[in-house]
Ligand binder design. Structure first.
Ligand code: FBP
Length: 560
């Protein structure tokens, strides 16, 4: 038998909480329909593209005293994209709901992400199998992947596999892109009279799958708490040794929600927010000057140490970098088959080819970068043709440029401190942590609720659990039509229907909290030390949710 850690043993016993509407099981539910919906933008195009699934109402569930018998159903589940704490609990909630509705129901897990349903690679879940994964982090129960489900051939293959296994519903656990694909698959299944339903679940640590209907994606709570613990520990170290500036890049892809939340939990000296950089059109030089100024002012006050938090996607929001990267993305697509580029053996030869092809301004931005960053910018693109920002060492780029800037300032008599930098990247450390109680409960409820949507014959819906700052028993379970969250955006040069990504709102209460305190946190050491996630103990410590969710919800509630 596998050896388990003491925490693993204890967490396996945790019983996740459900909203009270779901506590009597899925056979005792009344479906309440809201008003018909429309997409956030581009209604005409989206309604044409989703002729069979567009315009459905939002729904919520109410528990009833009557109990119906549910027909036998086989369901398939897919984990899609990057790991997020709580994925195993979505599957556990789905499994428990399905078995409680009818013990003859079966749940199949497709292996390795969306490719599993195309290639027909799957496992059938049993009690023993699932029990080992309850309340654990990771996606290793069936694995994940980034294959995009979007072509006619892929839909046909998926249909054949479902038919073979007698599957009448698929649950796709993913972010904005995976749920866009879930909407396309749902539409295709209806159009082709397959009788197969598709339900999505909102997953991503990035926190960018949220809107008026979805308060937060799962995983954000645990991941930000994990990064906040690490930042807090480094703050203590910095404040003890008083000799290093720590440059900490935080995962989260384009949006800065994760960096912002981690900063609000720890109160570092500097926090960059990509959305602000773009709005203020800050060049790389002006960011360096802004940071160097704070470092110099702290040095004048005798503090040659500090903490700077940098969002992962920053580089794409700096105007001159954005233009260069977009030009570079097109060039990299051409160079994939270019014999001289492929034959080039040295990095400098590759740089030369790239610089010759870039537009003049972009070429000079590219050539001004250190070789390490130039090389990282040439690494493989993600499935959407974009730079993989997790691979660009922005934290090192900034600390190197700041060191040069401070030397210049020293020569001009504007700086007399000592600068020694350490750089860190926190990303993978947080994606598979044991889910916090919040994520354990939220994920279990999302999975349980996904089966309630299936049992009520719905398709093309996202499992939705709302009112998340209240105790779990008061959470509101229901479903949101996926098409409601869509608009048309350019992808690979073509206009496509996609679920809108949520960036940090610069006029929102979360960013305001940072803005109001920034100067104070820069000069005075207001460090907070959140410590490790607490799974047992007083609920004021264990069940506390993120600052982001609290501030956004209190604004929402105040406006009702
Ligand atoms: P998802 O959008 O798939 O949830 O990705 C989350 C994420 O962790 C991003 O924050 C990060 O940029 C990316 O995945 C890293 O990708 P990979 O796991 O392929 O290295």
């Amino acid at each position: 038998m596998t050896k388990l850690s003491p925490l693993q043993i204890e967490r396996l016993k945790y019983q996740p909480k459900l909203p009270s509407s779901l506590q009597n099981g899925v056979n005792s539910l009344e479906l309440i329909e809201g008003a018909a919906t429309q997409s956030v933008r581009d209604q005409e195009q989206i309604s044409e593209l989703f002729a069979n699934t567009y315009g459905k109402p939002t729904v919520t569930f109410k528990s009833t005293s009557e109990s119906s018998v549910s027909e036998v159903r086989n369901v398939g589940v897919i984990l899609s994209g990057g790991q997020a704490p709580g994925g195993h609990n979505v599957i556990a909630g789905l499994y428990d709901a399905l078995k409680s509705a009818n013990p003859a129901n079966k749940l199949y897990g497709f292996l390795g992400g969306p490719s599993g349903i195309i290639d027909g690679k799957y496992v059938e879940f049993t009690d023993e199998f699932i029990n080992d994964y309850r309340n654990t982090g990771g996606f290793d129960i069936i694995g994940s992947g980034r294959t995009k489900l979007e072509t006619e051939d892929q839909f046909n293959e998926s249909y054949n596999v479902c038919k073979k296994l007698g599957i009448s519903a698929i649950v796709i656990i993913g972010g904005d892109d995976s749920n866009t694909n879930a909407a396309l698959l749902a539409e295709w299944f209806v159009k082709n009279n397959t009788g197969i339903q598709v339900i999505g679940c909102p997953k991503t640590i990035d926190g960018d799958l949220k809107n008026e209907q979805i308060e937060i994606s799962f995983g954000f709570d645990t991941a930000t708490k994990t990064y906040a613990e690490l930042i807090g520990n480094i703050q203590r170290d910095a404040n003890s040794a008083k000799k290093y500036w720590h440059f900490i890049k935080i995962m989260g892809r384009s949006a800065s929600h994760v960096a912002l939340e981690a900063a609000l939990q720890t109160q570092p000296n500097i926090t960059l927010i990509s959305e602000e950089v773009e709005a203020k059109q800050m060049s790389l030089d002006s960011i360096v000057n802004y940071m160097a100024d704070i470092i110099a002012r702290r040095a004048n006050a005798g503090k040659n140490f500090g903490i700077a938090v940098i969002p992962e996607g920053l580089i794409e929001f700096i105007p001159e970098m954005k233009s260069m990267i977009s030009n570079l993305n097109d060039i990299m697509a051409e160079l994939e088959t270019d014999s001289s580029f492929l034959a080039a053996t040295s990095m400098s030869a590759k740089f030369e080819i790239v610089e010759k092809r870039l537009d003049d301004n972009n070429a000079s931005v590219y050539s001004s970068l250190p070789a390490s960053i130039k090389a990282q910018l040439l690494a493989d693109r993600d499935p959407h043709g974009n730079v993989q920002v997790s691979k660009i060492e922005t934290e090192k780029l900034l600390s190197e440029m700041i060191a040069t800037r401070l030397d210049e300032m020293k020569q001009q008599g504007k700086y007399s401190g000592k600068f020694s930098a350490q750089s860190h990247f926190f990303g993978y450390e947080g994606r598979c942590a044991f889910p916090s109680n919040f994520d354990a409960d939220y994920c279990y409820s999302l999975g349980y609720n996904a089966f309630a949507l299936i049992n009520n014959g719905l398709t093309g819906y996202l499992s939705s659990v709302r009112n998340l700052t209240a105790p779990a028993s008061e959470w509101v379970a229901g479903g949101i039509p996926l098409t409601m969250m869509m608009n048309m955006e350019k992808r690979h040069g073509e206009m496509k229907p996609v679920i809108q990504k949520a960036l940090v709102k610069l006029n929102g209460p979360v960013f305001k909290q940072l803005q109001d305190n920034r100067e104070d946190w820069a000069m005075n050491d207001r460090y907070l030390f959140p410590g490790a996630i607490q799974y047992f103990g007083p609920s004021s410590v264990c069940d506390i949710t993120t600052v982001t969710l609290r501030l956004e919800r209190s604004k929402e509630l105040a406006s009702v």
